[in-house]
Design a protein around this ligand. Structure first.
Ligand SMILES: NC(=O)c1ccc[n+]([C@@H]2O[C@H](COP(=O)([O-])OP(=O)(O)OC[C@H]3O[C@@H](n4cnc5c(N)ncnc54)[C@H](O)[C@@H]3O)[C@@H](O)[C@H]2O)c1
Length: 293
């Protein structure tokens, strides 16, 4: 329980990588505010795991989860979230994980197109929640960090798409911006001893990745059967969670501020493995090399 007494916010934690990070932070003893849209929101797919399930699982593991419905496309809801966190914890916040992302569930007809073939609104779908809302959440979190004067940690969940072509133009540009957001926030927050990093997982076995592969809805130029195997052997959502816990418990984390960190390299450095005991090695070129130009 190395994070006992710490307060964390994980955005977009009903499923996928956000859920994995929230579970690991909760298991490590943190009080974890988990966000996601209200199921009454028509965009929420009821066949996918819910935010309630994440909170229940945190409790089963002995942690403390706090459910807050937040649509990260709406700045005012994000502001209210941080007011709630401050009110309920005497102004304390220790960890923010910017993870919410709205495009994984996008209709398949939006995927696999060249940028001029899709409507320009693809940009908003990928980057309003996936980039802009990270900036908004970081503004409110940083105000608490600076006021408290006890350091802090912001992790932006990004991807190898920040460094090379992956999926589509809006994805890669958005991820490069998420990385730069971490680097520039780190510059301004370093005097306040707040660590800000960008996290690059490899391919991750999320519910949507598994479903889309099974339904043949991932278009990255890899034959379907091979793709299914890749996804089955991918890192679990909790591997990113282990990476965040390792950073949050590292007294020297500030040495990493502003950097892009790969989950597998953190695993080797801090000595953690995936939840099934596997050591993870990411094949960074696997996706990008096979996409047809
Ligand atoms: N899946 C992978 O293989 C993989 C690999 C590397 C990086 N990533 C990155 O990790 C991040 C998370 O992706 P994921 O695959 O876990 O996606 P996901 O769709 O499984 O999860 C996204 C989360 O965000 C939430 N969300 C969506 N719209 C929201 C909104 N408007 N308000 C609040 N919450 C909202 C969803 O409910 C869900 O909890 C993304 O930035 C993605 O690019 C994913």
């Amino acid at each position: 329980m190395s994070l006992k007494g710490k307060v964390a916010v994980v955005t977009g934690a009903s499923r996928g990588i956000g859920r994995g990070i929230a579970l690991q932070l909760g298991e490590a003893g943190a009080k974890v505010y988990v966000t996601g849209r209200d199921p009454k929101n028509k965009k929420v797919d009821p066949s996918l795991p819910s935010l309630e399930q994440t909170v229940n699982e945190i409790t089963q593991r002995g942690g403390q989860g706090v459910l807050v419905y937040v649509d990260h496309a709406d700045d005012s809801q994000v502001k209210t979230l941080f007011e709630k966190v401050a009110n309920e914890n005497n102004g304390q916040l220790d960890i923010l994980v910017n993870n919410a992302y709205a495009a994984a569930e996008a209709p398949p007809e939006l995927k696999g197109k060249k940028f001029w073939e899709a409507e320009p609104s693809l940009w908003d779908l990928v980057n309003n929640v996936g980039l802009r809302s990270h900036y908004v959440a970081s503004v409110y979190a940083a105000r608490l960090f600076v006021k408290n004067n006890r350091g802090g940690l912001i992790v932006n969940v990004s991807s190898f798409g920040g460094g090379q072509y992956l999926f589509n133009v809006a994805y890669g540009v958005g991820k490069a911006a998420v990385d730069r957001l971490a680097a520039d926030m780190a510059h301004e927050l370093k005097p306040h001893k707040v660590t800000v990093v960008s996290l690059w997982p490899g391919s991750v076995k999320t519910e949507i990745m598994v479903r889309n592969a099974n339904e043949g809805k991932i278009n990255v130029g890899i034959p379907l059967e091979e793709l299914k195997k890749i996804i089955q052997n991918s890192e679990s959502v909790e591997y990113s969670g282990k990476a965040v816990v390792a950073l949050a418990t590292d007294p020297n984390a500030l040495n990493k501020t502003g950097k892009i960190l790969r989950t597998d390299e953190l695993g080797r450095e801090y000595g953690f493995k995936d939840i099934d005991g596997r050591e993870i090695t990411i094949d960074a070129n696997r996706w990008a090399n096979k996409q047809k130009s």
